[in-house]
Design a protein around this ligand. Structure first.
Ligand SMILES: Nc1ncnc2c1ncn2[C@@H]1O[C@H](COP(=O)(O)OP(=O)(O)OP(=O)(O)O)[C@@H](O)[C@H]1O
Ligand SMILES: [Mg+2]
Length: 583
């Protein structure tokens, strides 16, 4: 179609490019590197190359493909490891062409046969989104084969059996024309997939992280950001979400971060088991790796490929969680492209469209009624890490993200330095899903609201008292305030702190969280009574109940109700004895 006129890092300018369209995929040079047209000026096309441009030369050809960046959707996606362009890294590695430029690999295996069971029958009139059959894709994910968007008709033939993704499993007749329907569909990644209706999120996404589930809940279909300075625990937090989120499918997008972290994730998913089914976690996971050693521009593609896969499984009626580490690296790629184009930069060199591009990602989160029959709901929940340089949250990526998301988990350098993990600051974090999930929580425990409010109020009080302690020292405080400091230390250390590396503590069910916090608050109530009868905080602090409370974390989820009940009765009698002067 045209040829290379100029090369500037990841940006290639082509000439004689009349006829190209914005977002069209082009193949650049003899190696056929993948690029995407991002602007047109007369006969020149501005192309962002999704692969390394080092060896390209001016004058080499550029071929248009007429296609835009699409994702392949169908059985074979789950458990895959993809690069930013949805090329299978496993296939590329087997072929020995891992990370070589222009390497081609299908996203879905073409030769693998899948066992298709029809759920629709001959004579059914079907249209887009209708489920016509299922495939057991992994032990944890049943793939629901849907009529692709834009297709409809009466089923003339539908066959159960073993098929590849390219073989038709049904034939539809529409206006006298008969078309084959395969298990594979394609979708342009920058375009949100349609749905019938969107709802306000109302169910808790159980993450197993106490500070999220209990304090700042994330709802199915919600959108969250995890900003934090260097080493504050962004990656670990996202890995925890991708591991334990009680969704049917989880997608991990490694965007511009270190390759060894991706290797870590892959390794742990081969080893760890999903808590309810006991199956390996990778049976419900998709990995997209555009690590720091891979082309900068494909970071954006990795984000949009990921969200498209998420929406596709949402459309089947599933709850999907997608985490992206880190959206800042994607924003940096935007800045780099913008800089090469000599666009007039916005704040700190980021392009003026930074905010709208970020929101075109986050806005694809949601709880929806899916298109097609049977009637069903699905959701996509998004969590993105943000890496503000110098932990300065006033920088543009954090600020733009803050305006878009509804849950904000601020990681705090001071907490991380004290090794308080997850280092989520309870005073500056928030979730707008608290009201939405109240009914969900009241089914688990009617006391959730009160217990949560009491704990947050005490933590607020602690922050105020700390000011005073700084000025006059702890001894000057009245006993009541000293007790607040004792109890808030318990809330922080025995409840909010949660090790990602502890076999039991890594995943805490909401019912156990409720028992744990309720126990600490009950301890506070009893201790207050003791203060009234003249016992000192120093005595209360040395009660054997205190270390017992701190070990609640280690109690397995299923043993928690019984064991914590025992602790309660000892606490009631134990503390009463003390009150009676038996100390
Ligand atoms: N929940 C946790 N439990 C235990 N340790 C944790 C937890 N979260 C973070 N850490 C500790 O903090 C370290 C740094 O975490 P992590 O790599 O996630 O930070 P990051 O914010 O992603 O850093 P970077 O800015 O380099 O990307 C981990 O290696 C681990 O030791
Ligand atoms: Mg990290």
């Amino acid at each position: 179609m045209g040829k290379i006129w100029r090369i500037s890092g990841p940006v290639v300018i082509g000439e004689d490019m009349r006829g190209a369209k914005v977002y069209e995929i082009v193949e650049i040079g003899s190696e056929g590197l993948v690029g995407e047209v991002i602007g047109l000026e007369e006969d020149k096309a501005i192309i962002q190359a999704h692969e390394d441009t080092l060896e390209l030369k001016v004058g080499e050809t550029i071929r248009g493909t007429g296609a835009i960046l699409t994702a392949e959707l169908g059985p074979g996606v789950v458990g895959s490891i993809y690069d930013g362009l949805q090329k299978s890294l496993t296939v590329l590695m087997e072929k020995g062409s891992f990370l070589t430029r222009g390497a081609k690999a299908f996203s879905l295996p073409r030769d693998k046969k899948w066992s298709f069971t029809p759920t629709a029958k001959v004579g059914d009139r079907v249209s887009e989104g209708d489920i016509i059959g299922t495939v057991p894709e992994t032990h944890l994910v049943e793939h629901r084969v849907m009529v692709p968007m834009g297709m409809k008709g009466v089923i003339k033939e539908i066959y159960g059996g073993e098929y590849t993704v390219e073989e038709p499993v049904a034939r539809l007749e529409d206006n006298g024309e008969v078309k084959g329907l395969t298990m594979m569909q394609k979708w342009p990644v920058r375009k949100p997939r349609p749905y019938k209706q969107r709802f306000a999120p109302s169910r808790l996404l159980v993450t197993g992280m106490r500070i999220l589930d209990y304090m700042f809940p994330l709802a199915l279909g919600g959108k969250a950001a995890i900003p934090g300075g260097f080493g504050t625990g962004k990656t670990v937090a996202l890995q925890q979400l991708a591991r334990w989120a009680q969704t049917q499918l989880n997608i991990y997008v490694g965007c511009g971060e270190r390759g060894n972290e991706m290797a870590d994730v892959l390794y742990s998913f081969r080893r760890l088991k999903e808590p309810t089914s006991g199956q390996l976690l990778q049976e419900k996971e998709i990995f997209i790796a555009n690590t720091s050693n891979m082309p900068v521009v494909a970071r954006e593609a990795s984000i949009f490929v990921g969200i498209t896969l998420a929406e596709y499984f949402r459309d089947m009626g599933y709850d999907v969680m997608l985490v992206a580490d880190s959206t800042s690296r994607w924003a940096e790629a935007m800045r780099e492209i913008g800089g090469r184009l000599e666009e007039i930069p916005g704040e700190e060199g980021f392009p003026a469209y930074l905010g709208s591009r970020l929101s075109s990602f986050y806005e694809r989160a949601g709880l929806v009624e899916c298109l097609g029959r049977p009637q069903r709901q699905g959701s996509v929940t998004l969590a993105g890490a943000v890496s503000p340089p110098g932990a300065d949250f006033s920088e543009p990526v954090t600020q733009n993200t803050l305006r878009i998301v509804d849950a904000f988990y601020a990681l705090d350098t001071a907490l991380a330095n004290k090794r308080h993990f997850p280092a989520i600051n309870w005073l500056t974090s928030y979730s707008l899903y608290v009201d939405g999930v109240r009914d969900w929580w009241s089914e688990v425990s009617p006391e959730w609201d009160d217990t949560r409010a009491t704990a947050l109020k005490l933590l607020q009080q602690e922050a105020e008292l700390e000011e005073i302690v700084r000025l006059v020292g702890p001894e000057a405080l009245p006993e009541g305030d000293k007790l607040v400091l004792l109890v808030t230390r318990m809330i922080r250390e025995d409840f909010l702190m949660q090790s990602a590396y502890h076999d039991v503590d890594t995943y805490c069910l909401p019912a156990k969280s409720q028992l744990m916090l309720k126990t600490i608050i009950r301890f506070y109530e009893l201790a207050q009574k003791m203060l009234d009868s003249g016992v000192t905080v120093a005595d209360i602090r040395s009660s054997p109940i205190v270390p017992r409370i701190s070990r609640m974390k280690d109690i397995p989820n299923d043993a928690a109700p019984e064991r914590i009940k025992e602790l309660w009765s000892e606490m009631e009698t134990g503390l009463v004895t003390q009150r009676g002067g038996a100390l």
